[in-house]
Design a protein around this ligand. Structure first.
Ligand SMILES: Cc1cc2nc3c(=O)[nH]c(=O)nc-3n(C[C@H](O)[C@H](O)[C@H](O)COP(=O)(O)OP(=O)(O)OC[C@H]3O[C@@H](n4cnc5c(N)ncnc54)[C@H](O)[C@@H]3O)c2cc1C
Length: 405
C-alpha cells in the first residue's frame, strides 16, 4: 500500500508530493488531465508570477489563523529558495516574482524533473470518481482503476478555468466524506456592468481608482489600469475587488462601483484646472474640443453625455455648475455590477472547503483521520500578484510535511 495518495497535479498537489517524497514517503499523484500543471502553464500570461515580495496575511481572504500560520511555515522567501534549488533563478519586477526565463513552462519542467528524481508515481488521465474510507486508509477510484493508501491529500482546485482541469468534479465526493463547501464564486475576473455605454467605450484602457460600495455598507478601494470591454469592466483594479463583488452578487445584491478617471487630482484641483481651460479657450471651441487630451476620446465623449452637457456646446459658455457636473462624471461615475464573468474566465474562485473543519496548523481534516487539503480548494483566496500561487506552495508544503510525519 502507498503511504500517500495526492489528488490534483496542480501547484499545490505537486508541492505536497515533492515535500512528502523528500521525507521518504511513497507517493502516488493522480491527475485527470493528460499532463501535469496545465493551469500553471497559463499563469501570469505564460510567465508565471509565482510569488510576491510584499507578502502579508492581509493580501488573502479566509481564516486569518490558517493563513498567518501558513506563511510562518512557508513564505515567499521559502518559495524563492525552493525554486532556486530546483535551478530557477527569480526575476523580481517591482516585487512580483517570475522565473528568470519568464516561462511558466520552466516552472512545470523543474517540478516534473524533481518528481522524477524522487520517483513519485504520477498517474495522468486518472479522473477520480469516488473515495472510500477504510480501516487501513483510503481507496481512490477512477472509472476503471483504484489506488489504495494510508493517507490522502486533496488538492483538486475549485472551478476557475475548468478547461485547465479544476472542474468541481471533486465537490460531491468531498461532501460525501463529511466536508462542507462555502459558496464558490468566480474571482479575479471581469464583470458585466450597467451605467456606461460599454458598446461605445469598449477597448479603452485607462488609469482609474475604483471604490466598491457593497450592500452591507462596506467600501473597498483599488486602482490601476482599468479595461473597459463590451460587456463591462475588467483589469487589475476590478480583479482586486472582484471576490467581494461576486459574494455580494451571490447574496442577491447589485454592488455599485464608483469610478475615478482622474485619480491624481482631487475634485477641487480638477475644478480649478477646468476653470483654467475654459478661461484659455480659443476660437469657438466646443466642450468636446476643449476637453481633448485629458482622457481617452471615446471615454470622454461618453462622460460628457453622462453629464447631460451637449458636447457641441461652446466651451466659453460653461459656468461653474457645468464644470462641477464634469468633475462629477470624471471622478464619481457609478456603474452597477450585475454579475461576474463565468468560471471559464475567472483566474480563481473565492469560497471553498469550510476551514472550520480543518486544523489550521496541519491542514488536516477534523472530520476524517489522515485526510489533508491543499491549495485553492480551501476557503482561502489571494489578491492578484502571485498570492494565489504562494498559497498553493504554502499549503502544499504544509500538507506534504504533516502527512509524512
Ligand atoms: C489564466 C490564469 C492565470 C493565473 N495567473 C496567476 C499568476 O500569475 N499568479 C498566481 O499567483 N496565480 C495565478 N493564477 C491562479 C493559480 O493558477 C491558482 O490559484 C492555482 O493554480 C491553484 O492551484 P491548485 O493546485 O490549488 O489548483 P489547480 O491548479 O486548479 O490544480 C488542481 C488540479 O486538480 C485536478 N483535478 C480536479 N479534479 C480532479 C479529479 N476529479 N480527478 C483528478 N484530478 C482532478 C485538475 O485537473 C488540476 O490539474 C492564475 C489562474 C489562471 C486561470
Amino acid at each position: 500500500m502507498n503511504d500517500i495518495t495526492i489528488i490534483g497535479a496542480g501547484p499545490a498537489g505537486m508541492m505536497a508530493a515533492i515535500t512528502a517524497a523528500r521525507r521518504g514517503a511513497g507517493i502516488v499523484l493522480l491527475e485527470q488531465n493528460t499532463d501535469i500543471g496545465k493551469k500553471l502553464l497559463s499563469t501570469g500570461n505564460g510567465k508565471c508570477n509565482y510569488t510576491n515580495k510584499k507578502m502579508d496575511s492581509s493580501c488573502f481572504n479566509g481564516s486569518i489563523r490558517l493563513i498567518k500560520n501558513g506563511l510562518s511555515v512557508f513564505n515567499e522567501n521559502d518559495t524563492i529558495a525552493f525554486f532556486e534549488e530546483l535551478g530557477i533563478p527569480a526575476y523580481d519586477k517591482n516585487g512580483y516574482i517570475y522565473p528568470n526565463s519568464k516561462q511558466a513552462a520552466s516552472v512545470v519542467a523543474a517540478l516534473r524533473m524533481e518528481m522524477t528524481s524522487l520517483k513519485i508515481d504520477v498517474r495522468t488521465s486518472f479522473k477520480v470518481t469516488d473515495i472510500k474510507k477504510t480501516d487501513k486508509g483510503y481507496v481512490v477510484f477512477s472509472e476503471n482503476d483504484k489506488v489504495e493508501s494510508k493517507k490522502l491529500i486533496i488538492a483538486a482546485g475549485l472551478k476557475a478555468a475548468p478547461k485547465l482541469g479544476s472542474d468541481g468534479s471533486m465537490f460531491k465526493i468531498i461532501e460525501s466524506l463529511g466536508h462542507r463547501f462555502l459558496p464558490v464564486v468566480p474571482a479575479l475576473c471581469g464583470f458585466y456592468c450597467e451605467g456606461l455605454k460599454f458598446n461605445k467605450t469598449a477597448g479603452v484602457r485607462c488609469d482609474c481608482a475604483l471604490t466598491l460600495h457593497t450592500s452591507a455598507g462596506n467600501s473597498l478601494c483599488s486602482d490601476g489600469e482599468l479595461q473597459i470591454t463590451d460587456y463591462g469592466m475588467s483589469g487589475i483594479p476590478v480583479f482586486q475587488i472582484s471576490r467581494y463583488a461576486s459574494m455580494d452578487i451571490k447574496n442577491g445584491n447589485t454592488p455599485r462601483l464608483e469610478t475615478d478617471f482622474m485619480p491624481r487630482m482631487s475634485d477641487d484641483e480638477l475644478l480649478k484646472y477646468l476653470r483654467k481651460r475654459v478661461a484659455c479657450v480659443k476660437d469657438k471651441r466646443s466642450v468636446n474640443e476643449m476637453l481633448n487630451g485629458i482622457l481617452n476620446q471615446k471615454l470622454m465623449l461618453e462622460l460628457i453625455h453622462q453629464s447631460k452637457i451637449s458636447p457641441d456646446k461652446k466651451a466659453a459658455m460653461l459656468d461653474d455648475k457645468d464644470l462641477n457636473k464634469l468633475v462629477s462624471v470624471m471622478k464619481h461615475t457609478y456603474v452597477y455590477m450585475k454579475k461576474p464573468r463565468s468560471f471559464e474566465f475567472a483566474q480563481i474562485c473565492a469560497g471553498g472547503i469550510d476551514t472550520k473543519q480543518i486544523d489550521p496548523c496541519t491542514l488536516s481534516s477534523k472530520v476524517c483521520d489522515n485526510l489533508y487539503f491543499a491549495g485553492e480548494i480551501l476557503d482561502v483566496d489571494g489578491i492578484c500578484g502571485g498570492y494565489n500561487l504562494q498559497w498553493a506552495w504554502t499549503s502544499g508544503y504544509i500538507a506534504g510535511m504533516e502527512s509524512s510525519k
